[in-house]
Design a binder for this molecule. Structure first.
Ligand code: ADP
Ligand code: MG
Length: 682
């Protein structure tokens, strides 16, 4: 950047802070919008759904507040008429626009039922000089970089393109460009910044987004290949008579989805390559039975199988279920967890090392150094979103190329699954066991609190149990914890003085937490107040109400997970989403989605749309790169194409040793340098 004319040390530092350190990165710093000076229209002749630019003067401004949301309205006027422009939540606009300012505003003209006139909604705009006329151009608008003006950034990009564009080497193979009808790289860089028309800009952007997705999928394909060729996996020939014995001891018939997924897994186990499969299934869809069927085959073939759960209580639950199911069929099931007595632990470790334990159920203890297996052929990771990539790899290291099945109850939209879990094959349990009733869900506010409490009382009186969840927000954890504790005391001492109320929170020791959870599970506690998402997947059929305080602070997927804690038994179940006083209308609307649908995938898609991929996945997740052009929400089709192309290319050139392969590998390294952990994980 410093070699660019007009860029001094100061501005090059500002660019670097915005993630732009090289000319190449500057080329990929694409405009967030354009001002279309080729299509300037007089206000008097605007028609609904035109996409146009008007050049006008601001005659008045107005700020309206709705909850936390702010709406800024400007009335615009030219010689032919007036129109309103409204922006939601863009606080900076207030500082930029005032009566008298001359602006160019671009966007779609729509009819506002509310104002009963035409308006622009969230248009892009630019303040322009008194005598400025830029007729005939389409001007890029970039995200603000500190104090640099739009014109300044434009100038720098222009210079970079004039001087260095001819040095750009297109890494995409000709055949791909042709098959997908994509423009060349040089042309695309030029057109995305200074497009002759908006169509050119869109095509150029698509090409650059495609690049990013394609290069990333090359990494994914290589990684997938690396795992597949990491060693000869044990071939486990599927034995129908053994499967029949398992089915006979289940207390229910498998759903069609469970059967389908089991046969997908059967295919994997029979192949000589290690299985690497993700099983997605909403809470309660019956993932455990699927895992058990696969584990039983591994055991019947004379090998060991293991399942790792994120918490002790969940491990214990699996231990009980799998013991009941698999030990009558001849498999010895052993539990390994953190808080065991030394003697107990050594016994378990001995059985695992000797191979006498054929089914091993455990927590993180499974991947500790001291744990060694005699012949681990299949490893299952339950609630995989609670583990990182590293733990998955550690488990893989416990056997000689074991088959891996990871399970998650957090439905992941397809685009994200292909990116973050792109090296895994994906199975989906998209059918619930019969007879499951939908959890009745309602959004309620403070005004309804006493009504909510009388309802809770009636449930407790009928012998049911209740969860009350209180959010913990990182920054103010202490305060929130105090608030939750206070609420607990109040509920215990006053509101529900006749009932048994328990409290569990993240600051408690693991054993303390487990004791409280176990007490709740055993029915000794009527109401459990918890501050964090303490447990996943725990089966408490008698719990029928999930109350979530400050529901507006949770992500939709998380709320859905919490809701899944109830509705697991024969009783009608409820989820009450309490919104706090400060919650905006938007937030209420957002969580209303929960009341409207019970489908985890629909909820996940909406959550992704509303919060974006980073927040959707949360901090625990690894492996999502920061894309600078591609958008995982809107570029879904492009992603699937890029993935097909990248996988085909890697299949043809597995070592990336052809000239095309080398060029691509190089481009990949440059693009994703420091942009996410995916590349670092072997
Ligand atoms: P999850 O997918 O959330 O891990 P589980 O495996 O814990 O779900 O199953 C939830 C409950 O549904 C368990 O009590 C389990 O025994 C039961 N279940 C699983 N499959 C079926 C089925 N096909 N028919 C009826 N009940 C089932
Ligand atoms: Mg489960």
């Amino acid at each position: 950047m410093r070699y660019l004319k007009g860029v001094g040390p100061k501005s090059s530092e500002l660019f670097a802070k915005a993630g732009v350190s090289t000319i190449e990165e500057l080329f990929y710093y694409i405009p967030r919008a354009y001002t279309d000076w080729t299509n300037i229209v007089e206000i008097g002749s605007l028609r609904i759904s035109d996409c146009v630019t008007v050049v006008a003067r601001v005659v008045s401004c107005d700020v309206l507040r709705r909850g936390r949301m702010q709406i800024f309205t400007a009335a615009l006027e030219d010689d032919t008429g007036t129109i309103l422009a409204r922006w939601f939540g863009r606080r900076y606009i207030q500082r930029v626009l005032e009566a008298g300012t001359k602006v160019a505003v671009s966007g779609e003209v729509r009819f506002s039922r509310f104002a009963r006139r035409i308006e622009f909604m969230n248009p892009s705009f630019e303040v322009i000089g008194e005598d400025e006329v830029a007729e005939g151009r389409i001007e890029p608008q970039y995200s603000q970089i500190a104090s640099l003006s739009g014109g300044r950034i434009r100038g720098i990009v222009r210079t970079a393109i004039d001087e260095f564009l001819d040095q750009v080497v297109d890494p995409l193979p000709e055949s791909v460009l042709e098959a997908r009808g994509l423009p060349g790289l040089m042309e695309s860089i030029a057109n995305v910044h200074f497009p002759p028309s908006l169509e050119h800009a869109a095509r150029a952007r698509s090409r650059l987004a495609y690049d990013e997705l394609f290069l990333f999928q090359i990494v994914v394909a290589l990684k997938k290949r690396q795992i597949a060729s990491s060693g000869d996996a044990v071939r486990i020939a599927w034995r129908d008579e053994e499967h029949g014995r398992l089915l006979a001891s289940l207390s229910f018939d498998l759903t069609g989805a469970q059967e389908r997924v089991i046969s997908e897994i059967a295919g994997d186990l029979e192949r000589g390559e290690p299985m690497n499969r993700l099983l997605q299934g909403d809470v309660g869809s019956g993932k455990t039975a699927v895992a058990a069927a696969a584990m039983h085959q591994a055991v019947a073939a004379g090998h060991q199988a293991a399942i790792m759960a994120p918490t002790e209580i969940l491990a214990e639950q699996h231990f009980e279920n799998l013991t009941a199911l698999l030990s009558p069929l001849g498999g010895r099931v052993v539990l390994l967890r953190g808080g065991m007595k030394v003697g107990e632990r050594d016994d378990a470790l001995g059985l695992i090392a000797s191979g006498e334990a054929q089914v091993v159920v455990g927590t993180h203890a499974l991947i500790q150094q001291t744990t060694s297996f005699s012949d681990l052929a299949l490893a299952v990771v339950d609630e995989q979103h609670r583990f990182g990539v590293v733990q998955r790899a550690a488990l893989r290291g416990k056997g000689r190329a074991p088959h891996i099945l990871v399970m998650t109850a957090t439905p992941i939209p397809r685009t994200l699954a292909l990116t973050v879990y792109g090296d895994l094959d994906v199975s989906v349990l998209d059918e619930m066991p019969p007879g499951r009733e939908m959890v009745a869900t309602a959004v309620r506010d403070e005004a309804a609190r006493s009504k909510v409490y009388s309802f809770l009382k009636s449930e407790v009186t009928s012998g049911r149990q209740i969860f009350i969840v209180y959010p913990l927000v990182e920054e103010s954890e202490k305060m929130e914890l105090a608030a939750a504790t206070k609420m607990y005391e109040e509920l215990k001492e006053r509101t529900f003085s006749d009932a048994t109320v328990g409290l569990v929170h993240g600051r408690m020791k693991a054993e303390e937490k487990d004791a409280v959870m176990a007490g709740f599970k055993a029915g000794g506690t009527d109401i459990l107040v918890s501050t964090t998402v303490v447990e996943v997947g725990v089966d408490i059929p008698n719990a029928t109400v999930m109350v979530i305080e400050h529901a507006e602070r949770f992500g939709l997927a998380q709320l859905h997970q919490l809701r899944g804690r109830v509705g697991r038994g024969e009783h009608r179940s409820y989820c009450i989403l309490m919104v706090g006083r400060g919650a905006s209308d938007e937030a209420r609307e957002r969580i209303q989605v929960l009341a409207d649908t019970n489908d985890g995938f629909v909820i996940a898609e909406r959550d992704l749309e509303m919060r974006g991929p980073g927040e959707f996945l949360g901090v625990r997740q690894h492996g999502l790169p920061r894309f600078s052009v591609a958008d995982l929400v809107t570029d879904a089709r492009l992603l699937v194409q890029a993935r097909d192309d990248a996988f085909a290319l890697v299949a043809d050139d597995p070592n990336m040793s052809t000239p095309v392969g080398k060029l691509l590998l190089d481009a990949t390294r440059r693009r994703f340098r420091g942009r996410g952990a995916f590349m670092d994980v072997g």
